[in-house]
Design a protein around this ligand. Sequence first.
Ligand SMILES: [Zn+2]
Length: 308
Amino acid sequence: MTDVPRSLIEFQQRFGDEAACAQYLAAMRWPDGFVCPSCGSGKAWRLETKAWTYECADCGRQTSVTAGMHHSKLPLTAWFWAAYLMATDSNGISALQLQHQLAFGSYKTAWLLCAKLRRSMLAPGRSALAGLVEVDETEIACRSKNDPVTGGGGRSHQGKLLVVGAVEVEDGGRGPGRIRLARVADYSAGSLHAFLAANLAPGATAKTDGWSAYPGAASITHDPHVVGKMAAHIVLPWVHRIFSNLKVWASGVYHGLRRTHLQSYLDEFVFRFNRRRTRYTAFRSLLGIAAAHQPTPYKMLISPEAKT
Ligand SMILES: [Zn+2]
């Protein structure tokens, strides 16, 4: 029941109507049968009056199979298609592409759905990078115009934003493991140490270009390589390849990333990269991770910075 479709045809056969989608969600959410989130009871009945909602027989709590994850105005089938396309396409899918492919009436609908899926890509409790980790900084060109949700107005200049990246080095340098990307305010020791603390496990070794702001981070071993005349992409090949792929993706899929939502786009890139070998199960983890989130207020989606 919880395996993942391998093709578009199989997907359409599996998730062709609302009932099939809801049953899939219920099976994912309660693999051993319904469990009340309030009292833990396993006794419940399906409500006739509310779609895909169970009422606990012991405490009366009503629980929707889609609680916290579903854009209420859209059919589940559209929501599933969006998750599938975003998870399985090697480059993901932009809101504009999604609007065309699923024939949504408005760009805003597609954009909100993308934003919601993207927010689900940040797995709560994910484990920090370990072992030898390349760390470096880059600048990303951003656009702030053509923003149909906030209106854009008046900030149409392009600007550069600062991004720090980290890549686990696997197999003695033969390949990259998992990655992390984060927007930072500056390249100060405070900003970079906060990134290292949030993303590298205690005991990890940060391999850097020797920039003086990196040393001194708590519980991280520092392996500086003062670049000098040697190009940074030779000393830190994997993090530079990630930066390069990130920029190609940003211009190819999104025609440049928007300043306001930069971190969520970075999270999307990280999500897809870290699941590059398990693309089909990324669909399931997208739905599964989403189920663990609380519903997102619209204002928080359009202005992520409002959270702090
Ligand atoms: Zn209950």
